[in-house]
Design a protein around this ligand. Sequence first.
Ligand SMILES: *Cc1c(COP(=O)(O)O)cnc(C)c1O
Length: 381
Amino acid sequence: MNDQAAHRADVRIDLAAIRHNVGTLSDRARRSGARTMAVLKSDGYGHGASAVASAALRSGAEWLGVASIAEALQLRADGVEAPVLCWLYLREDDIAAAVSAGVDLSVSSSRELNAVVEAVGAVGGPARIHLKIDTGLHRNGALPEDWGRLVEEAAKAEADGSVEVFAVWSHLACADEPGHPSIDMQAQRFRLAHQQAVDAGLRPLRHLANSAALLTRPDLHFDMVRPGIALYGLDPVPQAGAHDLRPAMTFRSTVVLTKRIQAGEAVSYGHVWVAPAETNLALVPVGYADGVPRSLSGRMSVWLRGKRRPVVGKVCMDQLVVCCDDDEVEEGDEVVLFGPGDDGEPTVAEWAREVGTIHYEIVTGMYRPRVSRTLVAEEAA
Ligand SMILES: *Cc1c(COP(=O)(O)O)cnc(C)c1O
């Protein structure tokens, strides 16, 4: 915790940790001959997409992946020139703007292919596309029964010079459950779909693996891997051994008020917690509007003055109360709500377990108007 400025609510992003994680992950990919696409959707899983992009591109990633065209164009506006793949857009979105900005587009249907070809007609091309096959997740991607037609049409559009089919790709449903039978089933359908594209005269690369498959299935790295969560130091497959990842996000606040209450006095809405003895309390100005789930009321602790201390009573919209027993705490003391865990502070993984969700939802949920973000580039001392 090297920078001492007081924060109401701040997420500190350790870019050195992200560089370390990208280095580790892209090394693994390179060993199977695959490049790395850093997935930055939802503002870099709440870490700041452009800052993560430059850290990732300096550490072994060559590609970037986002969900929406707006996210892709924001990277371009921030000066990011690396290849960017965008995979989810509406009919109404500005596909022409994406094509002119040199953004690669995923194509899941003839309708999407036509929309891209039309945009190329308006702004010039070719547009680079990645044809998506639905191998069993059943979100986007073309179903196998529609694939033959899609690759034929794409081959025609490529021959016309309106598109370049760069890759065939798909996404796994259960990669975070190593050994799940759907993984091999999806991989089999994926190989078949790629072969059909080759038979149609295309020469696409292949990409399939998310973080979990990158870490556990080197045989599925193909030509490129697409890690998201692991870039941020959160392990999607902790059951599969240690993966040398460093969590990059620390959520912290500052004590704004202290007081001592008598035994028998209660704290916060509903008076659900009653002090068993005379007790020092610290008030911390963050609440459920700042990303602290209210469901953690009575089940969370914070790191304050060198130890974990329980949050008592209900978590409110803007504040929570920490029980400090007889220990001295002062206004201005730093409070760590979660961090990498190196000093003993709570972690994102612990929050996710307590809330009954996945760490993805906790970190992406930290992108909030009242929560500032501090980027730290240097290696911690
Ligand atoms: C989010 C996403 C990824 C990254 O998944 P992680 O589990 O975070 O590694 C990869 N590919 C697609 C299509 C995605 O939507």
